[in-house]
Design a protein around this ligand. Structure first.
Ligand SMILES: NC(=O)c1ccc[n+]([C@@H]2O[C@H](COP(=O)([O-])OP(=O)(O)OC[C@H]3O[C@@H](n4cnc5c(N)ncnc54)[C@H](OP(=O)(O)O)[C@@H]3O)[C@@H](O)[C@H]2O)c1
Length: 282
């Protein structure tokens, strides 16, 4: 007799509280993957946005039946949003926030006995239509079934799950911020340096963006050390000196700090060149 074929497990039902950038991106991604997902926006404007993108609005039955309730709200609203939905959720619905900074203990401020977790996409999402696929997502949870469901959700969205120990959450999130938001702040510094040279800021940004993208592509292909370019790698002391003399003090400090970091990625410099650069960058 033939062994009966195993039926594929249905994906868990999901309700997302908040239809902002992250809530919207997760909702659209899960819908695309064929998951049963509904959203609970707060303002009339967000309700309109969800309707325009043909995302289902959650009703009471959706809240009762959901296996995952994702709180895609600002960090400071995770507690209040949890209080808002707690009574309407089914008894075993898990609560999940999307913050990189908040520990899971944020849920202990309420009296919830539910499994709780976190699903933090390592993506700079500035619009609900931004793609999540191809990026990593940090998962944390208090429960094995929930963990399995969060992994399934990551895979459905085309994301690679990453485990981050709760004790290292702040350092992990600092790293994430350094690589995204603060990269934008660094780009603002680069635009200001072009402005010092007399260039228009808009023109500067347009020319610098592809340069930054090429630097990131180099790192993607060859790693941090081999992808690094610039006068520090070349041991060009006089160029570094000229740069420092041309920049206003605040940009000079930023340039020094980052060049010291670049020096750490450049082990092969002759000792006298390294010493000269270290003195200049101190
Ligand atoms: N954006 C990113 O790049 C990114 C990346 C990774 C993780 N995250 C995390 O994702 C979470 C959401 O961030 P976001 O960027 O999506 O924020 P967002 O675009 O500002 O969206 C937040 C949504 O939450 C709703 N909201 C605010 N307070 C609420 C409350 N008390 N109850 C119910 N709904 C409430 C807002 O509704 P209304 O607009 O209708 O008022 C808004 O639509 C945060 O924890 C953030 O740290 C963000």
């Amino acid at each position: 007799m033939k062994k009966p074929k195993k039926q594929p497990r249905l994906p868990p039902r999901v309700v997302i509280v908040g239809f902002g950038r992250v809530g919207g991106a997760i909702a659209l991604g899960l819908r695309e993957a064929g998951w049963d997902v509904a959203v609970l926006p707060r303002s009339a404007d967000s309700v309109r946005k969800a309707a325009a993108l043909r995302v289902f609005l959650a009703d009471h039955d959706d809240l009762r039946a959901a296996q995952l309730c994702i709180l895609a709200v600002p960090d400071s609203a995770v507690g209040p949003a949890m209080e808002l939905v707690e009574e309407d959720l089914g008894p075993s619905t898990a609560l999940v926030h999307c913050s990189g900074a908040l520990p899971l203990t944020v849920f202990s401020t309420g009296r919830t006995k539910r499994p709780v977790g976190s699903f933090h996409p390592l993506v700079a999402i500035s619009d609900p239509k931004d793609a999540l696929s191809g990026n990593a997502v940090a998962l944390a949870s208090t429960d094995r079934t929930l963990h399995g469901n969060l992994e399934r959700m990551a895979v459905a969205l085309g994301m690679s799950p990453l485990e981050v120990p709760e004790t290292g959450r702040a350092a992990y999130h600092a790293g994430a911020v350094l690589s995204a938001g603060l990269l934008v702040a660094l780009l603002d510094g680069a635009v200001s340096a072009f402005a010092e040279a007399g260039l228009n800021r808009e023109v500067a940004l347009k020319s610098l963006l592809p340069l930054s993208a090429s630097a990131l592509r180099g790192v993607q292909s060859r790693g941090l050390e081999k992808g690094l370019t610039g006068p520090v790698v070349r041991g060009d002391v006089s160029v570094v000196q000229a740069h420092l003399e041309s920049l206003p003090p605040e940009l000079g400090s930023l340039y020094r700090l980052l060049s010291r970091r670049a020096l750490r990625l450049t082990p092969a410099l002759p000792p006298e060149t390294r010493l000269a650069l270290e003195r200049l960058l101190a």
